[in-house]
Design a protein around this ligand. Structure first.
Ligand code: PGA
Length: 248
């Protein structure tokens, strides 16, 4: 487990983009796992810039996103498919056919989940998964109490997550109550993981994930057991880690 503390959000984003670019340069047909939320936006901007500069070529890359809201059409501005197109896919030379976001608007979501898990396996598995972390320690939409053994599945969102994501909707009532999410086991099967964490409001969550007990109550804590994970944390988010010391 590697912990990198960067001065600010931009440096955190640049560091993550450099690791992703290196992965794609070394293996042009890499399978990348992507995340949504405000944290990875800087990383996506940097990757788009590097692509424009000719530094990294996404033409052979395949991607799988972590999650998607249930019930939203992919043209809905709050869907994660829309987010990925806007923030990354429309700005790089990736073949959209090779980008995968769970389809949350179909009827049989359990079937969608099983097919998604199978598609990841058929691709050879995820080479590098990018993650954020929720205030409650969630990864993807794996909320506190989620099984550490789960594959892609339908989840009920916690009130804390609904509240946190309400900023993107007209009101908290408009936030979907369910989502499809890769499971914790799906995430743990990734060959390499980068987790990004930014801002003072995440200081407790990242501290618990890194140094707390491994528990279902803090889903990100399982990542302590991943053999190839890098946590890239900005100085604000590292406040508690720095106060307590890295060896605690
Ligand atoms: P955020 O979300 O990047 O918008 O803070 C992260 C998450 O909930 O995983």
């Amino acid at each position: 487990m590697k912990i990198v503390i960067e001065q600010d959000y931009q440096k955190m984003s640049d560091r993550a983009a450099a690791i992703i670019a290196r992965q794609v340069i070394c293996k042009p047909d890499s399978v990348l796992g992507f995340a949504t939320g405000s944290t990875p936006v800087g990383t996506y901007n940097k990757l788009a810039h590097m692509n424009k500069e000719g530094l990294v070529d996404f033409s052979k890359v395949t991607t799988f996103n972590l999650d998607e809201y249930a019930g939203l059409d992919e043209n809905d501005q709050n869907s994660y498919r829309y987010f990925m197109n806007q923030n990354l896919f429309d700005h790089i030379n990736i073949d959209k056919e090779n980008t995968h976001v769970p389809k949350g608007n179909l009827d049989n979501l359990n079937e969608v989940c099983a097919q998604y898990e199978q598609a990841i396996a058929n691709s050879g598995g995820i080479d590098l998964q990018l993650l954020g972390i929720g205030h409650n320690g969630h990864i993807g939409f794996n909320e506190p109490g989620a099984s550490l053994d789960s594959l892609t599945h339908v989840v009920d969102l916690s009130s804390r997550t609904i509240e946190a994501n309400a900023r993107f909707f007209e009101s908290a009532e408009k936030v979907p109550r369910q989502a499809i999410s890769m499971g914790i086991k799906t995430i743990m099967k990734s060959k390499q993981i980068i987790l990004l964490c930014s801002g003072k409001d995440k200081s407790d969550a990242i501290y618990e994930a890194l140094f707390g007990d491994i528990t279902q109550q803090v889903p990100a804590s399982i990542l302590q057991l991943h053999p190839n994970i890098t946590f890239i944390i900005d100085k604000d988010a590292a406040e508690k880690i720095c106060a307590k010391g890295l060896d605690k």
